[in-house]
Structures are given as structure tokens and as C-alpha cells.
Design a protein around this ligand. Structure first.
Ligand code: KE4
Length: 427
């Protein structure tokens, strides 16, 4: 692909923004080379500033489940903008979106809108600590919950592994409040809660891990999580920022039939505008200011534009035929990719939940961060560039999930599978 204009913009951006980007993963560090600068997008396609067209499987890391610039979203946003962009006062729109979310997630009896997934998880953790009076948090290796200080932590060495910071600027005192366990490890979970429950406020997890590629939970793991947290009065938080409305209309909790105490949402519920939300049991949510003593606030929380984009998106998702259409597209892609890899003689492990998916270059069954890391990253890198140069835009990191939208056509998917076969062959 000719990418002269992108290169020029990247050089300029580097003089203004750290790494030339406003979020690290966009800098293509994991695959080398320079990022493309995007000029516009429509449906399943994105276009870079050099005029190259790509079929997009990143979809802004999940939000654009309808596809880019969906007509009803854009139309509603134009009208909303003419009525003012933010009032800093309550509106009917916030009630409308809250009802749509609540109807899809029965475990959410009350919720609060915020402006990002990070704000949602940060607030949910503060709330769990306020509700229980305990301070420790259990998370799982490989799960990402936004750049919350206390969660930028990876497993220390040894048993009930108290965390060690995996970012500069996170004091060890914060990290020591976080216990990091292997995902899908029921025994480690049971032992940790048994020994430490008196100090543990909550357990937070991505019910399907979309930040290590795509790692599925074992049924007994989710069951143990719910049973053990219930037993010890530990708040169970499902971070469904990525899985919400993605794995199914009711998220991973509907898909796997497990009811958490609190849920964090983001991405899809904003329809491409900045939104996050956290919600759950009334008895917990009533502790949030101004009703209760757990403080949380936000200038643009629930603003009319973000609410409008979210409402329009969820209205389309609510239609009975939507998830069947999404599922059919996902099956066409999954079967196509698996067949292409087989015909090309490349060993690939493919996982998906609803329409979030990932393929790893490994023969090992991927069940946690450790096994995800057995993927051949050099192969992934060459796969990424081979696909990009054939007009297919996948996540520039092995440890991200891919997404499909309502706008991806059969033709798009056929082209994707053909490109994958040629690229696998090159590997
Ligand atoms: P944001 O603060 O980026 O809106 O959401 C944080 C977050 C929380 N929980 C989960 C499960 C998430 O996946 C995310 C954000 N996901 C990343 C992609 N892996 C966003 C992309 C980026 O960081 O630029």
C-alpha cells in the first residue's frame, strides 16, 4: 500500500503526542512499522489518508458493532447536536439509555453513566470497597480493565500473588492491594478467597478475556467465581466493557448464565462516542453519591450526544434479527479462516464468543495468559502485514480481539478469507 501521507502525518504527530498517538496500541509497536492515519469510515470499511480502503475488523476496538457511520446513528447525532451538546443537567436521554441497558442486563437494577470503560471499572472498584469496607481486589493475569492505577499490575511470584506494578507511576502500596491469579484456575481462586476473604472487596474479570486475544472461561471457573464470592460476601464484578452487547445482547452474563453483583460497560453502549457505565444490585448502587457515601462524578457523564449514539445503536441491536445476522457472518468468517489455515498447512488455534474472536499461531490449547503467549509472534506480525497489504485491517497485536459488524457483507468475508489463505501460504 502507498502510505506516504500517513508517514508524513505520523512524523508531525510524533512532535506533539507521545508516540504520535492518543492510545498506545494504535502505534503499531507490536507489529513494527508506522500506523495508518484514517480519514473516514463507512460500514465495514475504513479509508486511510492515502486513499487506501480496508475491511475493518478492529471497529475502534469494539464499539462499532453496526459498522461505521451507521445512517440512523449519524442522522440522530446531527439532530441532537443542533439542540446543544452538553447541559451538565439531567435529560430524558439518560433515562432512555439506562432503560435499554437495564432491559438487556437484568442484573443491573441501577446504573451510573461515565465517559470510558476505565472510569467504569475504577468506580466499580471504589464502590465495592465502600460497600464491603475491605480493600483488596482480585484480578486475573491477562485481563485489562483500563488504566486504573491499582489494576496496572501483574502477578508477583509465588502463591496468593500480591501484585507488582506493570506501569511506572503505580506505587507498590497500590499494587499490594491487588491479588493477581491465573484465569480459569479454580483452585487458586478457591484457596485465595478462603485465606484472604476478610480483606477482599471484590473480584473483577473480563468474563471472556478480550485483552489477551480471545480466551474463553471454563464453565466451572465462572460457577466457582459466583459461588465463592457469594460465600464470602465478596463483590463479583464482570467487566463487560468489551463483551457487553458483543458476546450476546445481554453480554457474557446472559451467554454463560452467571449473574454478577456489578457490571461495567462501555464501547458498544456509546455507539462510537465516549461512554462507560457501571451498575448492578440496588443495595450496592445506592451507596453512590449523591445517595450514598461513595463519591464519583463527571462533567460530560450522560451527555446528550453520547446518549443519542448509544440509544440508536441499542435500538438496532434490539431488533430480533440482528444477532442471528451477526452470528451468520461470524460463522462464515470462522469456517473460512479455519479452512484457509488448514489448506495452507498453518497451525492456528481459533477462539470466539459471539462476534469477538482471535486466532493464535500455536498448537497449544489457549486457556490463560501463559498459554496465549505460546503464539508465534513473528508469524502473527507477518500475518498482520500480509493482510494489511491485501486491504484487511486487523488488530496490530496478537493480544487483542477481532470484531465483526452488521455491515460486513458476504463479499467482504470472502475477500478476507481469500487474503488469509494467500497470507497463511506466505508464512
Ligand atoms: P476505555 O477506558 O479504553 O474506554 O476502556 C477500558 C477497558 C476496560 N475493560 C475492558 C475489558 C477493555 O477492553 C477496555 C479497553 N479495551 C482496549 C482494547 N483492548 C481499548 C483500546 C485502547 O486501549 O486503545
Amino acid at each position: 500500500m502507498k502510505t506516504k501521507k500517513s508517514q508524513k502525518l505520523y512524523k508531525k504527530a510524533m512532535t506533539l503526542l507521545p508516540g504520535g498517538v492518543n492510545s498506545p496500541v494504535r502505534a503499531f509497536k507490536a507489529v513494527g512499522g508506522n500506523p495508518l492515519f484514517i480519514s473516514k469510515a463507512k460500514g465495514s470499511k475504513i479509508y486511510d489518508v492515502d486513499g487506501n480502503e480496508y475491511i475493518d475488523y478492529v471497529l475502534s476496538w469494539g464499539p462499532l458493532i453496526l459498522g461505521h457511520a451507521h445512517s440512523s446513528v449519524v442522522k440522530a447525532l446531527k439532530k441532537a447536536a443542533e439542540r446543544g451538546t452538553s447541559y451538565g443537567a439531567p435529560t430524558k436521554l439518560e433515562i432512555e439509555l439506562a432503560e435499554l441497558v437495564k432491559n438487556a442486563f437484568p442484573s443491573i437494577e441501577k446504573l451510573r453513566m461515565v465517559n470510558s470503560g476505565t472510569e467504569a471499572t475504577m468506580s466499580a472498584i471504589r464502590l465495592a470497597r465502600g460497600f464491603t469496607g475491605r480493600s483488596k481486589v482480585v484480578k486475573f493475569e491477562g485481563c485489562y480493565h483500563g488504566h486504573v492505577d491499582g489494576l496496572l499490575v501483574s502477578a508477583g511470584s509465588g502463591g496468593a500473588t500480591f501484585g507488582i506494578p506493570d506501569s511506572l507511576g503505580v506505587p507498590s502500596s497500590y499494587a499490594s492491594e491487588t491479588i493477581v491469579l491465573p484465569f480459569n484456575d479454580v483452585e487458586a481462586l478457591r484457596n485465595t478467597l478462603k485465606d484472604n476473604w476478610k480483606d477482599i472487596a471484590c473480584v473483577i474479570l473480563e468474563p471472556v478475556v478480550g485483552n489477551m486475544g480471545c480466551i474463553l472461561p471454563h464453565k466451572e471457573f465462572l460457577a466457582a467465581l459466583r459461588e465463592e464470592t457469594e460465600k464470602y460476601g465478596v463483590v463479583l464484578i464482570f467487566d463487560e466493557v468489551m463483551t457487553g452487547f458483543r458476546v450476546s445482547f445481554g453480554g457474557a452474563q446472559e451467554y454463560y448464565g452467571i449473574k454478577p453483583d456489578l457490571t461495567c460497560l462501555g464501547k458498544v453502549i456509546g455507539g462510537g462516542l465516549p461512554v462507560g457505565a457501571y451498575g448492578g444490585k440496588k443495595e450496592i448502587m445506592q451507596m453512590v453519591a449523591p445517595e450514598g457515601g461513595v463519591y464519583q462524578a463527571g462533567t460530560l457523564s450522560g451527555n446528550p450526544l453520547a446518549m443519542t449514539a448509544g440509544i440508536e445503536t441499542l435500538k438496532v441491536l434490539k431488533k430480533s434479527s440482528t444477532y442471528k445476522k451477526l452470528e451468520d457472518k461470524m460463522i462464515q468468517l470462522e469456517e473460512g479462516l479455519k479452512d484457509a489455515a488448514k489448506r495452507a498447512g498453518v497451525k492456528v488455534r481459533f477462539y470466539r464468543a459471539g462476534t469477538m474472536f482471535c486466532s493464535y499461531f500455536t498448537e497449544t490449547e489457549v486457556v490463560d495468559a501463559k498459554t496465549a503467549k505460546t503464539s508465534d509472534l513473528d508469524k502473527f506480525k507477518r500475518f498482520f502485514w500480509g493482510m494489511l497489504n491485501r486491504g484487511i485491517y486487523i488488530a496490530p497485536s496478537q493480544f487483542e480481539a477481532g470484531f465483526i459488524s452488521l455491515s460486513h457483507s458476504e463479499k467482504d468475508i470472502e475477500k478476507t478469507v481469500k487474503s488469509a489463505y494467500k497470507t497463511f501460504k506466505e508464512l
